[in-house]
Design a protein around this ligand. Structure first.
Ligand code: LHQ
Length: 257
């Protein structure tokens, strides 16, 4: 249920159940987890690009497997088993995770996309906090990520109503990084992935952690954390190479260490 395409320096992971708008069933969770673990552990992989096959990005949980009239289902168990580990994995992978939202992203599909580090969306894509439509609450980190990105006022409105948010609106609000014309999305996203994959991967991974921790820290604590991190990353070969390249007036050739 996911396709993995290894490129030079990065990996493209494509959710691949297009008939169901790439909604998550267990098989898709299993294969996405395996693909992410492999990408995380592979030193040749220095960025991850997540996208969807067909006209949608991901419609969230596959509801056809979830008929509550068929007996009680513990949604908490599903979340503990699949969605929470997925979001934690995306946030903790020490490499940039780029999401190319090629079409509709609904429910957990929207919030998985928004958990990624850099989100590009096709002009025709929409983000739908569909949970209220089926009597649930947003999950996959949405009640944390979305208000952090766009503020409580907008978060509550889109979550209470389930109104679709266009890619353009999402970019204007700062919910995502950029809107791209549909036909250009994958080329732009691949270009971005290739370019960050040539970056100082260890720095980028540490940067990701610093930015994510900032909300829990005071400025004083964050300043100390930056100092400690800078001390460590300054021992790396990419820093030495970066400074040397600057002095020699040539582009740096980072190895990610
Ligand atoms: C689907 C789905 C889908 C199955 C489209 N399932 N087939 C976590 C833990 C545990 C349980 C519960 O949930 C969660 C978190 C969640 O993610 S809850 C939110 C679940 N997702 C939704 O509520 C979204 C449901 N989908 C939709 O509202 C629409 O499909 C959207 C707005 C995404 C797209 O609309 P359209 O572009 O009009 O497409 P469509 O509705 O015609 O869908 C195309 C096909 O995909 C269709 O199948 P069919 O056989 O009729 O062609 C849909 O049934 C199927 N599909 N989403 N989540």
């Amino acid at each position: 249920s996911v396709r993995v395409d290894k490129q030079d320096g990065y990996v493209v992971i494509t959710l691949d159940r297009p008939d169901k708008l790439n909604a998550f069933n267990e098989a898709q969770h299993v294969s996405l987890k395996a693909a992410l673990v492999e990408a995380e552990e592979d030193p040749a992989c220095r960025a991850i690009l997540l996208t969807g096959a067909g006209r949608g990005f991901c419609a969230g949980q596959d509801l056809s497997e979830r008929d509550p009239s068929q007996g009680e289902i513990d949604l908490g168990l599903t979340i503990d088993t699949w969605y929470n580990p997925l979001v934690r994995r995306i946030r903790s992978i020490g490499k940039p995770v780029i999401c190319a939202v090629n079409g509709v992203a609904a429910g957990a599909g929207a919030n998985v996309a928004l958990a990624c580090d850099i989100v590009l969306a096709a002009r025709s894509a929409k983000f739908i906090q569909a949970f209220s439509r089926i009597g649930l609450v947003p999950d996959s980190g949405g009640t944390w990520t979305v208000p952090n990105l766009i503020g409580e006022a907008r978060a509550k409105a889109i979550m209470f109503t389930g109104e679709p948010v266009t890619a353009e609106q999402a970019a204007e609000w700062g919910m995502i990084w950029q809107v791209v014309d549909d036909d250009d999305l994958m080329a732009q996203a691949a270009g971005l992935a290739a370019s960050v994959a040539k970056g100082p991967t260890r720095s980028l991974g540490l940067m990701k952690g610093l930015i994510q921790q900032a909300g829990d820290n005071t400025l004083d604590e964050q300043l100390d954390l930056e100092r400690d991190t800078q001390r460590e990353v300054g021992k790396g070969t990419d820093y030495a190479e970066g400074v040397r390249a600057f002095i020699e007036k040539r582009p740096a050739k980072f190895t990610g260490r």
